[in-house]
Design a protein around this ligand. Structure first.
Ligand code: SF4
Ligand code: SF4
Length: 444
């Protein structure tokens, strides 16, 4: 279908960033439902903020979607059972990133019975939308894990004029959001219009990278729907340039506004939602089923048959890799997320969380040795935030607190571009992370 160009929104281009090899090997792989695991280990802290508080005990029977942990505060999120079965235990484990945290362990009965109490959520007012996101247990699904209901509860003093739907998916390998656009298009379309209407937002911008022409065409049909009189839903065809999908970057591309360090998108008049979050919220509102499973991409240099899978939250990573036929003898590194911003998996006993969108099993080339900085300036040239990572490294090493602040270190979004381009293989992203932690320590 030929759609009018007026549906496209012009893009404000960022400086820096990089053109990476996309490796979207699974783009046309339809999502496969993974067999139900015998046991799931559901962490009570899968989000930014306070952990959820358990409300079930050993021996309790649960269904798919049963509330098992209540939000531990405003910046927190509830958790739900991803299988039907029996609670085997509620205890502290170190199976995640090595730190102790509480898990609810559920033995599956293999039936995957839905909780009979689940019912559609009625939205009558603006605040009901945030309440729906909260009861859904929805958090940022693109990796950050920020509770969505907080984003949907902006201060009354700020005016929100733009809803940005982030479908950029700029990290190599990952195609889970793309598959949501293809397989869950109806939920995306309905979700976009529902959120727009309930929040009373004037403009909607859906950002997709140019390397996903099918998603662009499908999403242009959302805008072509012309449900609103002023045609205010636009598609933003983004350059295929990493880190185009980072929150600060997509806000700038859509509006030209710069998000200050430590501020929320609502402080610059925007709400940013990942495309899968929009579809998940719509499914919760219409069915009552909260966030209990995730579509993930399983790929990487050690994976011979990459796949997109729908996996119950709390499934051990090892079972997922086994299902895809990965030979762990050939794996040097497993990442949760993409190769640029993903977190290394400390142990394959770790489990799938709400915020994970990919598991990459990598066979690494021999690492090149780190050498001294040659002052080439490439790290500064590529930084989308216009920072000077080499100077931050010097300030950190010499303990120059004033420089750490004056170099705007806190603006770093840990995208990894500087480390990637550095010919001396300096661990600059780690340096920036340490420098930000040092600034936080000083401010206390
Ligand atoms: S990690 Fe930080 S300093 Fe490095 S390029 Fe990204 S934003 Fe810039
Ligand atoms: S890219 Fe590496 S070698 Fe070049 S200035 Fe930055 S830290 Fe130094």
């Amino acid at each position: 279908m030929k759609l009018p160009e007026s549906i496209l929104r012009p893009v404000k281009l960022i400086r820096g960033g990089m053109h990476l090899d996309h490796q979207k090997n699974t783009a046309e792989c339809e999502t496969v439902i993974m067999p139900t695991p015998s046991t799931v280990y559901i962490p009570l802290s899968q989000h930014i903020g306070a952990p959820a508080n358990p409300i079930v005990k050993k021996g309790d029977n649960v269904f798919v979607g049963t509330l098992i942990g209540e939000a531990g505060g405003f910046v927190s999120a509830p958790v739900h059972s991803s299988v039907s079965g029996t609670v085997a235990d509620v205890k502290d484990l170190t199976i995640g990133n090595g730190t102790l945290q509480k898990y609810i362990i559920i033995e599956s009965d293999g039936k995957m019975e839905k909780d009979p109490e689940l019912k559609p959520f009625e939205i009558k007012s603006f605040s009901d939308l945030a309440e729906a996101a909260k009861q859904c247990g929805l958090v940022g699904l693109g990796g950050a894990g920020f509770p969505t209901h907080v984003k949907l509860s902006p201060s009354k003093d700020v005016e929100i004029d733009t809803l940005i739907i982030n479908a950029a998916e700029c990290e190599p390998y990952i195609t889970s959001d793309y598959r949501e656009c293809v397989e869950g298009l109806k939920d995306v379309i309905e979700g976009v219009y529902l959120i727009k209407e309930k929040l009373g937002i004037k403009k909607v911008v859906i950002g997709v990278e140019s390397n996903k022409p099918r998603a662009i065409e499908l999403l242009m049909q959302v805008a072509a729907d012309h449900r609103d009189a002023d045609d205010s839903v636009k598609i933003m065809k983004l350059p295929s340039k990493y880190p185009q999908g980072a929150e600060k970057v997509i806000i700038y591309s859509a509006t030209g506004r710069k998000l200050p360090a430590g501020k929320l998108p609502s402080d610059v008049g925007c709400i940013v939602m990942n495309v899968t979050s929009v579809a998940t919220l719509y499914r919760f509102i219409t069915t009552g089923m909260p966030l209990v499973s995730k579509r993930i991409t399983v790929d990487g240099t050690a994976v011979s048959e990459p796949k997109n899978l729908l996996v119950p939250i709390g499934t051990p990573i090892k079972e997922i890799l086994d299902f895809v036929g990965v030979d762990m003898e050939n794996v040097d590194r497993v990442l949760m997320g993409g190769p640029m911003m993903g977190n290394p998996v400390v142990s394959c006993e770790s489990v799938l969380e709400k915020r994970n969108n990919a598991i990459l099993a990598m066979r690494d080339k021999k690492p090149q040795p780190q050498t001294a900085c040659i002052r080439c300036g490439r790290c500064a040239d590529t930084c989308p935030m216009s920072l000077y990572p080499a100077m931050v490294e010097t300030a950190l090493r010499t303990g120059n607190k004033e420089s750490l602040n004056s170099l705007n270190t806190n603006y770093c979004m840990e995208c990894g571009c500087c480390s990637y381009v550095c010919p001396a293989k300096r661990p600059l992203t780690q340096v920036m992370r340490t420098a930000k932690a040092e600034i936080r320590r000083q401010s206390k």
